[in-house]
Design a protein around this ligand. Structure first.
Ligand code: CU
Length: 156
């Protein structure tokens, strides 16, 4: 009988420990989907839509970066990259997953008419206004950032 009670106590305790460690894994919560479009026209303008993104620390986000233009674009913000934990970057083609990249990501580049998903958990609050695209416009010889492709990321 004593042994049985000890066994039940062990089961109860171990399930509690498992539950606790699961609850503390912030990368395994339900994701919040956010979409940002990369838009523009060569020789005219390039921009992020929206150009202001807000996230909360501790939540898991799936940021879908959709290139809806004829140019390739960067989504680059060093301050943002240093304030998040990246779970993965997922590359999709025709809505099907084709690759998953894990590790520290600093910037991503998306080709015309393609999408990419950046899964991350913000870990540090701040206002980061260094979101930019370094691609050069063939007609104006200016960077996309100089033509308007800039943005602000806020982590609360
Ligand atoms: Cu660009």
């Amino acid at each position: 009988m004593k042994i049985l009670i000890k066994y039940y106590a062990y089961l109860l305790l171990s399930s509690f420990i498992n539950f606790t460690s699961f609850a503390l894994d912030l990368t395994r919560q339900d994701e919040i989907e956010v979409i940002v479009f990369l838009k523009g026209k060569v020789g005219h303008a390039h921009y992020y839509e929206p150009n202001k993104l807000t996230f909360n620390t501790g939540n898991l986000y799936k940021l879908i970066i959709k290139n809806k233009s004829k140019s390739k674009h960067y989504f680059s913000s060093n301050l943002f990259a240093r304030s998040i934990f990246t779970r993965k970057v997922q590359v999709t083609f025709k809505n099907k997953k084709i690759a998953e990249i894990k590790g520290v990501i600093n910037e991503v580049e998306v080709w015309p008419d393609h999408n990419l998903e950046w899964w991350f958990v913000p870990i540090k609050a701040g206002i980061f206004d260094d979101l930019e695209c370094k691609v050069m416009d063939n007609k104006t010889n200016l960077s996309h950032s100089d033509m308007g492709m800039k943005g602000t990321i806020i982590i609360k």
